[in-house]
Ligand binder design. Structure first.
Ligand code: AR6
Length: 169
C-alpha cells in the first residue's frame, strides 16, 4: 500500500473515501466531523441517522453526497484519558476497521484525518504513530493508497517523519 502525507482540508479531496473522526451518535459535531457534514449536506445526516450509531473503534461507510469524495467512512475515536484506558488499542482499531471497510468496498484511496487528536485530546505524536504503523502493517492485503491529511504543519512534519522512519525499518 502506498502511504502519502498531505496538508489541508480533507473535505476537498477527490478520493474514494475520506474518514470522519465522528462521535458514537454519528449525528455530527465540531472539527472535521462538522466540516464533513457541512460539505456533504443533509443527505449524510439522514443516512447516519438511519444507521443509528457506531461504537468507539468501529467504522461504518456512507455515501459522500455533495463532497468531492465518493464515500465517507465514519469512525468514533477514543477520548484521551491519560493512555491507560485502552486508548491505543481503540485508536488502532479505528484505523484497522476503516482499512478493512476500504478493502471490502474495493476502494483504492482512503484519506484519514488525525482521529482523536482534536476535541478528544489524543497526543498528536502518539496518535500519528499508531496511524502510520497500522496502515503500514495493512500493506500486504490492501493494494490501494492511504493518505494522511495533516491540518497543521506540525502534524505534516510528524507524519512525514514517521512515514520515513517506519518505511526504512
Ligand atoms: N481536514 C483535515 N483535518 C481536520 C479538519 C479538516 N477539515 N478539521 C479538523 N481537522 P476533531 P476528534 C483535524 O476535533 O479529536 C467532533 O465534535 C484536527 O486538527 O475533528 O476525533 C466529533 O463529533 C485534528 O487534528 O476530532 C466528536 O464529538 C483532527 O482533525 C469529536 O469532535 C481531529 O480533530 C471527535 O474528536
Amino acid at each position: 500500500m502506498k502511504i502519502t502525507v498531505l496538508i489541508g482540508d480533507i473535505t476537498k479531496l477527490q478520493v474514494d473515501a475520506i474518514v470522519n473522526a465522528a462521535n458514537c451518535s454519528l449525528l455530527g459535531g465540531g472539527g472535521v466531523d462538522g466540516a464533513i457534514h457541512r460539505g456533504a449536506g443533509p443527505g449524510l445526516l439522514a443516512e447516519c441517522r438511519e444507521i443509528g450509531g457506531c461504537r468507539t473503534g468501529e467504522a461504518v461507510i456512507t455515501k459522500a453526497y455533495c463532497l468531492p469524495a465518493k464515500h465517507v467512512v465514519h469512525t468514533p475515536g477514543p477520548v484521551w484519558n491519560g493512555g491507560n484506558r485502552g486508548e491505543p488499542e481503540l485508536l488502532r482499531s479505528c484505523y484497522l476497521n476503516c482499512l478493512r471497510l476500504a478493502e471490502e468496498t474495493k476502494l483504492q484511496t482512503i484519506a484519514f484525518p488525525a482521529i482523536s487528536t482534536g476535541v478528544y485530546g489524543y497526543p498528536l505524536l502518539e496518535a500519528s504513530r499508531i496511524a502510520v504503523e497500522t496502515a503500514t502493517g495493512w500493506e500486504k492485503s490492501f493494494p490501494g493508497e492511504a493518505i494522511f491529511v495533516a491540518f497543521s504543519s506540525e502534524a505534516e512534519n510528524i507524519y512525514k517523519k514517521l512515514a520515513e522512519e517506519i518505511s526504512t525499518k
